[in-house]
Design a protein. Sequence first.
Length: 295
Amino acid sequence: MELRALRDMVVELNVHMELLQRENSVQATELVSLERRLTSSESKTSDLEKENADLQTRLSSSESELLISRFRIDQLERENADLQTRLSSSESRIDQLETENADLQTRLSSSESELLISRFRIDQLETENADLQTRLSSSESELLTSKSRIDQLERENAEKPKVAFYTALTDAGQLGPYNTDITLKYSKVFTNIGNAYNPSTGFFTAPVKGVYYLQFTVFGCSAGHIGVRVYKNNQRIMHNWEHNNNDYFPEYFTNSLVLELTAGDEIHLVLPSGHSIYDNSDNYSTFSGSLLFTL
């Protein structure tokens, strides 16, 4: 019984041994596989460690770049906000400029119209100015000619004698009537340019040949005849008289002559016999004359 039991145990041990050997072979195979896998894992681990180190390096670089990027993004966002503000301001300015430009276009059109009108007016004024310049030149030429003529006339006039006189008879009152003719001496001389009248003789003597204007006034205040005669070189050339019928009402008359006289010709007035004439400080009876022009 014991032997059988031992034999069974041996058989069982052999079976168990075989099983163990099989298990060991399987385990050995698995061990080889595990070793291979371990070797592969270790190699993979090394590769992964290298990759991890590279990734760590790249991560550090990326984080740095990320920080820089975030700083740049903040900076760009600020710049973008500033640009947005400037853009809004620019757009507003553009609108304002467009409005101003439209106004300027309108004003420019108006200015161009005014410019065309101004240019037309300038051309017109230039034409008028050219005409005025021509007329001015002509006027200046005529003015020079006139001035030359005036200067010539002034020289001629300066060379011509100036003759004019104005006198009154007397302050004594009435003269005449007398039985003979008497020469009237107009003693009150107010003007005697050229000294051609002589109050001492009553004679006017022509200094140059020319045409003379002579005038006299005769006044009487008593009854009878009043009058004078005009003599040229002792030749009677005029007799004027008036008859007064009333002692209380004066009579007077005035007459004038235009005579061509030669240098040295004499003119004087005579109170005829039987006639009277009156004068006092009021200068009623006068004798005057002047040279009109020379010959």
